[in-house]
Design a protein around this ligand. Structure first.
Ligand SMILES: Cc1cc2nc3c(=O)[nH]c(=O)nc-3n(C[C@H](O)[C@H](O)[C@H](O)COP(=O)(O)OP(=O)(O)OC[C@H]3O[C@@H](n4cnc5c(N)ncnc54)[C@H](O)[C@@H]3O)c2cc1C
Length: 441
């Protein structure tokens, strides 16, 4: 076997995807993860690729930006996409997984690959191998352990973070199915979601309780640094009493079979595991204290007796200022032998973090073979993320989910409904040309 010259730190979504892509290209790789010797505040399983909050990879429609990114990843034989399909649970138009089977599928593939060596150990410092031919991918995620986060801070001269919250999980047999009904939005079929309907009085009382409930206090300097795409419900409520009705509690397209009408507001529950024994409260990330979560969420019709398998919480989320630190190949400007991957780069979300692991893996393998690292074309979802990470004005840089706003302009007028399919077709054509040009497959 050739000498192992690639190390990955972090066996989450990005680290596992990177390892898979490297091994696929016949290069040996060592993957470090600190679990189970040490756990971040949100990780609790010994397995690799643990999903820390929702079990959803969001829309699977290739005409949406996140659906397109998944499609591009499938074309590149993404391990995480393989696992998501093998372990999916019904979730309407979204791709959601049984989190236990998902992590177990990936752990088994990584552990059994002859070119991947997994070492369970916490790494406390960034390597100083700028002058050697050893490559490192840092993929320790938003909850990178403190000593390593300090080392990264020393290396980048930055201390960037925001706050991300987790939604509760509820036990299915504690739900009142006489009130809660099954339906997917605008779908005629039986539907994959459970819906807790609220009338106007119930909604107003719920909003009032949310407004006055006790929250976990943040320090003064930590306030208001939330990720806009994943706001805690009580922060949404502070923006207006109807904000939740236009957000996670939107009732449209979900008629209650008992009345035939859409309710005033709805709380949706998505299946967490294949047995259907647990449900995730969709979009209900929160920083209410544990006691208050139980009290306020049991006001939701049908959840009066709810038992919670996990309660919501909020966590600091570390990232780097991509435009200052990264090249479009995900190599660091200050040390070309160090690549960043996953959420640390300044993307947000499971799919985006995995995509940045996939690209870092391809480039580490290419560098290892003395080939030029690659940069995805700008019309693709991969390319749009890289442009966000490397070309945004430094002072305006904030982590982002994939969205069509990051893509180059279409350049002509087009009805809104045609823009998604147009961008998607263009991106998939560009990515296929890119694969051929760079011999990527
Ligand atoms: C609280 C919270 C909730 C989130 N909820 C969602 C959500 O619902 N949906 C969504 O799409 N995204 C969510 N995210 C965002 C993000 O997409 C996930 O955190 C995602 O798992 C990031 O993938 P990653 O591979 O970069 O990091 P991770 O999946 O976190 O993997 C990092 C790995 O590195 C290991 N590690 C850390 N430090 C060290 C060290 N020093 N040495 C060795 N190993 C180390 C960890 O044990 C872990 O296994 C959430 C993030 C947070 C913090």
């Amino acid at each position: 076997m050739t000498e192992t010259k690639i190390t990955i730190i972090g066996g989450g979504l990005a680290g596992c995807e990177a390892a898979w892509q490297i091994a696929k290209r016949d290069c040996p790789v060592i993957l470090y993860d600190m679990k189970p010797l040490k756990f971040s505040p949100v990780h609790s399983s010994e397995m690799l690729a643990e999903l820390v909050c929702s079990n959803s990879f969001r829309s699977d429609n290739p005409d949406s930006a996140v659906g397109l990114l998944k499609e591009e990843m499938r074309l590149l034989d993404s391990l995480i996409m393989q696992a998501a399909h093998a372990t999916s649970v019904p979730a309407g138009k979204a791709l959601a997984v049984d989190r236990h089977s998902f992590a177990s599928f990936i752990t088994e593939k990584i552990n059994s690959h002859p070119l991947i060596t997994v070492i369970r150990e916490e790494i406390t410092r960034l390597p100083d191998d700028a002058d050697t031919d050893h490559l490192t991918i840092l993929a320790t995620g938003p909850l990178t352990s403190s000593p390593l986060a300090s080392s990264l801070q020393e290396f980048t001269g930055q201390n960037l973070s925001f706050y991300d919250a987790i939604a509760p999980i509820v036990e299915a047999d504690s739900l009142n199915r006489d009130i809660i009904y099954q339906a997917s939005r605008y779908d005629d079929g039986p539907g994959d979601y459970l819906n807790c309907p609220m009338n106007r009085d119930e909604y107003d009382n719920f909003i009032q309780a949310l407004a006055t409930a006790e929250k976990v206090p943040l320090k003064e300097f930590e306030k208001k640094k939330y990720f806009e795409g994943c706001l805690p419900i009580e922060v949404m409520q502070e923006r207006g009493d109807n904000t939740l009705r236009f957000g996670p509690m939107k009732p449209v397209g979900l008629p209650d079979p008992r009345t035939g009408h859409d309710p005033y507001a709805v709380v949706q529950l998505r299946m967490e595991n294949r047995e259907g024994s647990h449900y995730n409260m969709v979009g209900f990330q929160t920083k209410l204290t544990y006691g208050e979560q139980k009290r306020v969420f049991r006001m939701i019709p049908g959840m009066e007796q709810a038992q919670f398998a996990r309660l919501g919480s909020i966590h600091r989320n570390t990232f780097v200022c991509g435009p200052e630190v990264l090249q479009p190949t995900l190599q660091c400007k200050k040390n070309k032998n160090l690549l960043l991957a996953g959420q640390l780069t300044g993307v947000e979300g499971y799919v985006e973090s995995t995509a940045m692991g996939l690209l870092a893996g391809i480039n580490a393998a290419r560098l290892n073979k003395n080939e030029q690292p690659v940069v995805p074309p700008p019309e693709t979802a991969f390319g749009a993320l890289i442009i966000h990470l490397t070309e945004t004005l430094i002072k305006r840089f904030q982590p982002s989910n994939i969205n069509f706003g990051l893509f180059p302009p279409i350049g002509r007028k087009m009805p809104k409904r045609e823009r998604g399919p147009f961008r998607s077709q263009k991106a998939l054509a560009a990515i296929n040309d890119w694969f051929k040009k760079e011999s990527l497959l």
